[in-house]
Design a binder for this molecule. Structure first.
Ligand SMILES: Nc1nc2c([nH]c(=O)n2[C@H]2C[C@H](O)[C@@H](COP(=O)(O)OP(=O)(O)OP(=O)(O)O)O2)c(=O)[nH]1
Length: 144
C-alpha cells in the first residue's frame, strides 16, 4: 500500500480576527493544474511537522512569514481529501512579514472577497479545493 501524501495549505486572510479577504494563488504546474487556483502550500517532508511545513512553503512560494490561526476542520485527522493518494490540512493564516509575491509555482496571486462569496467561488479552483473553499466561506460567515 502506498503511503498517503500529506499536503498542507494556508487560507491566508487579511485578518484572523475579522477576515474579509482570502489570498488565492494560481498554479503554473503540473499541466493538469496549471491555471487553476489553490491554497498556497505543499507537501510535508519526512520528519517535518505539518505547521513547520506550512511556514516553509509560504516562505519559499510567497516570501512571507505568517501567524497561523485555527485549522479549518475537515472532520478527518489527515485533512481534506484531494485524491486517492493525497490529503491536505488547511490553516487560517495572517501575514506578519513580507508582501506576498508569486516566487515559485504560481503566476498570479489575488485577494478575493470572503463577504461577496461569488468572487471566491467563481475562480477556477483545483476541483478538490472547492469543498474546502465552501467550508471556509461558511466558517467565516458563522465563526465557531
Ligand atoms: N499546495 C496545494 N496543493 C494542492 C491543493 N489542492 C490540491 O489538489 N493540491 C495538490 C496538488 C499537488 O498534487 C499536491 C501538492 O503538491 P505541491 O506541488 O504543491 O507540493 P510541493 O510544493 O511540496 O511540490 P514538490 O516539492 O513535490 O514539487 O496537492 C492546494 O490547494 N494547495
Amino acid at each position: 500500500m502506498t503511503a498517503l501524501i500529506n499536503v498542507v495549505g494556508a487560507a491566508v486572510v487579511d485578518s484572523l480576527d475579522a477576515p474579509t479577504r482570502l489570498l488565492a494563488a494560481r498554479r503554473t504546474a503540473p499541466p493538469q493544474f496549471a491555471g487553476m487556483w489553490e491554497f498556497p502550500g505543499g507537501k510535508v517532508e519526512a520528519g517535518e511537522m505539518a505547521e513547520d511545513a506550512l511556514h516553509r512553503e509560504l516562505a519559499e512560494e510567497l516570501g512571507v512569514e505568517v501567524r497561523l490561526g485555527p485549522e479549518l476542520e475537515s472532520g478527518n485527522t489527515t485533512g481534506w481529501t484531494l485524491n486517492d493518494r493525497a490529503s491536505m490540512r488547511v490553516w487560517f493564516a495572517e501575514l506578519t512579514a513580507g508582501e506576498p509575491r508569486p516566487l515559485e509555482d504560481h503566476d498570479e496571486l489575488r485577494w478575493v472577497s470572503l463577504v461577496d462569496c461569488n468572487e471566491a467561488l467563481n475562480l477556477p479552483w483545483i476541483p478538490a479545493d472547492l469543498p474546502i473553499v465552501r467550508a471556509l466561506l461558511d466558517r467565516v460567515a458563522a465563526p465557531a
